[in-house]
Design a protein around this ligand. Structure first.
Ligand SMILES: CC(C)(COP(=O)(O)OP(=O)(O)OC[C@H]1O[C@@H](n2cnc3c(N)ncnc32)[C@H](O)[C@@H]1OP(=O)(O)O)[C@@H](O)C(=O)NCCC(=O)NCCS
Length: 162
């Protein structure tokens, strides 16, 4: 009989809330994520400013995974309040370095994000999948296996001129 692989994160993996001192390493990681996913140049250029805000604000949070003294993955979230559900949270960014995938890193990061949302009194956690991400069936399954359901809603957005 084939032995089932352990799904527990490797012992050498640490998950913790990101601190301001993590700014440089996190900026590098998220910019790599944006480049790989084909995010716009404007979004890429905003990361230095928006990451500083994510680390500073109370309605946002970031958690990171550390292994062998380096950051190997991270998640960023925000929370908001609306008529329909009250308080809710959104997974804004989730990325694991290619060499560290399939070790439970993202699962552990999502668990940390869900805990943060619970502590803030959120009723649900959403994730918006880009068209590129939607094209990856494995990713859709990955979220489904972690309890996320496709609501079928679509996002329309409009930029505001300043
Ligand atoms: C999607 C992504 C975040 C997943 O990260 P990950 O760390 O590989 O995810 P996990 O290791 O938690 O889960 C992957 C699989 O490895 C398996 N796994 C978990 N722990 C394991 C372990 N200790 N040993 C072996 N396999 C393990 C899991 O079973 C899981 O498979 P499953 O979905 O069938 O259960 C990562 O591939 C990534 O960064 N992709 C590019 C960016 C991206 O798409 N981000 C999401 C945008 S919404």
């Amino acid at each position: 009989m084939r032995r089932r692989r352990s799904l527990a994160p490797p012992a050498r993996l640490g998950i913790r809330a990101a601190r301001r001192g993590d700014y440089g390493a996190l900026a590098k990681l998220f910019r790599r994520f944006y480049r790989e996913e084909g995010f716009s140049r404007a979004a890429l250029a905003r990361v230095p400013r928006t990451l500083a805000e994510v680390l500073r604000r109370r309605d946002t949070a970031a958690f990171l995974a550390e292994a062998q003294g380096r950051i190997v993955g991270a998640i960023a979230l925000s929370s908001a309040y609306g008529l329909e559900v009250g308080a809710y949270a959104e997974i804004e960014d989730l990325y694991v370095l290619p060499g560290w995938r399939r070790h439970g890193v993202a699962s552990a990061l999502v668990a940390a994000g869900l805990d943060w949302a619970r502590r803030r009194g959120c009723h649900d956690v959403e994730v918006v999948l880009t068209p590129h991400a939607q094209g990856q069936r494995a990713l859709l399954q990955w979220y489904r296996r972690r309890g996320f359901a496709d609501t079928g809603r679509r996002i329309f957005e409009r930029a505001l001129k300043r």
